[in-house]
Design a protein around this ligand. Structure first.
Ligand SMILES: *Cc1c(COP(=O)(O)O)cnc(C)c1O
Length: 404
């Protein structure tokens, strides 16, 4: 296949809707004309002549590769398709969600810079913000992400970036992304958003002003609990500039095999996530006012304290709900042990419904005295909606609550 034919096969059409882009965007067909995207499980690439090798190291073309840590055709398909559905110019894929969070922040910050971050964060994100970045001379200020006045007070003329989870894991706090972006951009700071809980399907990050949008593609993109992955999406200038430089030289590249699995998973992403979000809403309705529960939380359900903000930003709010059992840890454990459809694990966004007790697993390193301000109560259980029949999911939860 000639170069011209090849470029024809990866042309994006901006008019395509997300579901069409999820199937077709970024395709790079080999000379065999395969229908299903090919897995190029190769570390390196061959040059016809020494001159060709020299030329590629001087000026690497869009469809030319050098080494899989820098890029690979399968990985590039995944990056292009993710960038396309996110409405961004480009994207860089990473070995995991944490490689993406660390890579994005390390690539745009340096010693002496100031970062403002919401404090309701996934444990490893909190570690990077409060332990890793300060070690390299980045000053960080933590704020209550729900409170715009705190963002306003914390963002200073020398603030270089703000960071948040658009919907926090596991407490499901919602950030007013447009308002925070306006405050950040007013001082020239970059907006870096971990959008994992929100999902690419319900994302509003780009149009709200986010400069770097991060996903743990381990979650909804894989969606079947198989492999780790991450993505950083944004303008070409940032992605092919500092982000690519940092990640390709520090070794955070995704395996082409994992990129291929996650690329193929994009075919069904929209269908899966919409089904899971619909189940989340139905489960909230079924649990509303249940006597064993102090709260039922899903940002797009009316009992959430930030419901108005959540639905003003997106049509849905991810695929995870939380319940807070009145009886604390004992009740939570009785409930968890009585579940039959739900799997006990610490991941989420799987085809299998998953229940997690954050305080004793994913968030056990958060000091006990810091938990209340983060909404981490002993009775809190995170419930990730799977793809089982919605009636079975609801019946399982109601049944297990009987055991409490
Ligand atoms: C899971 C998760 C991560 C980390 O992703 P990995 O792929 O496990 O490295 C980061 N941020 C959030 C919000 C997450 O839920």
């Amino acid at each position: 296949m000639t170069k011209a034919d090849q470029s024809k096969s990866n042309q994006f059409k901006d008019t395509w809707k997300t579901r069409t882009k999820l199937i077709h965007d970024g395709v790079r067909r080999s000379q065999y004309g395969e229908v299903s995207e090919a897995l190029f499980l190769t570390q390196g690439f061959v040059y016809d002549t020494a001159e060709a090798a020299e030329a590629r190291f001087v000026d690497q073309g869009e469809d030319e590769f050098i080494y899989a840590r820098y890029g690979n055709p399968t990985t590039r398909m995944f990056e292009d398709r993710m960038a396309s559905i996110e409405g961004c110019e480009d994207a860089f894929a990473t070995a995991s969600g944490m490689a993406a969070v660390a890579g994005a922040l390390m690539s745009v910050l340096k010693a002496g810079d100031h970062l403002v971050s919401s404090k309701a964060l996934f444990g490893s994100c909190l570690y990077i913000v409060t332990e890793v970045l300060p070690k390299f001379g980045v000053e960080t200020t933590l704020v209550d992400g729900k409170n715009l006045d705190e963002w306003k007070a914390a963002i200073r003329p020398d603030t270089k970036a703000v960071f948040c989870e658009s919907i926090s894991n596991p407490t499901l706090e919602v950030i007013d992304l447009k308002a925070v972006s306006e405050l950040a951009h007013a001082v020239g700071a970059l907006v870096v958003v971990d959008n994992a809980m929100c999902t690419p399907i319900f994302s509003y990050a780009k149009e709200s002003g986010a400069d770097l949008i991060i996903y743990s593609t381990t979650k909804h993109v894989d969606g079947q609990g198989r492999c780790l992955g991450g993505i950083i999406a944004g303008d070409k200038e940032l992605i092919r500039g500092p982000v690519e430089m940092y990640i390709k030289h520090t070794g955070g590249a995704i395996s082409p095999f994992n990129a291929w699995i996650q690329l193929k998973s994009l075919d069904t992403l929209d269908l899966r996530v919409r089904q899971q979000a619909a189940t989340a809403m139905k489960l909230c309705e079924a649990l509303d006012g249940h006597p064993a529960l102090a709260s039922v939380r899903y940002p797009a359900y009316k009992s959430h304290p930030q419901y108005d903000l959540a639905i003003s930003q997106s049509e849905a709010a991810g695929t995870v709900i939380t319940v807070d059992l009145k009886g604390g840890k004992d009740a939570a454990f009785r409930f968890l042990n009585a579940l039959e459809v739900f799997t006990l694990s610490n991941n989420f966004a799987d085809a299998k419904s998953i229940a997690t007790h954050p305080c004793t697993t994913t968030h056990k390193n958060v000091p006990v005295e810091k938990r209340p301000e983060l909404g981490l109560t002993d009775g809190l259980v995170r419930l990730s909606m799977g793809l089982e029949d919605t009636d079975d999911i609801i019946a399982d939860i109601l049944n297990a609550l009987e055991a409490v």
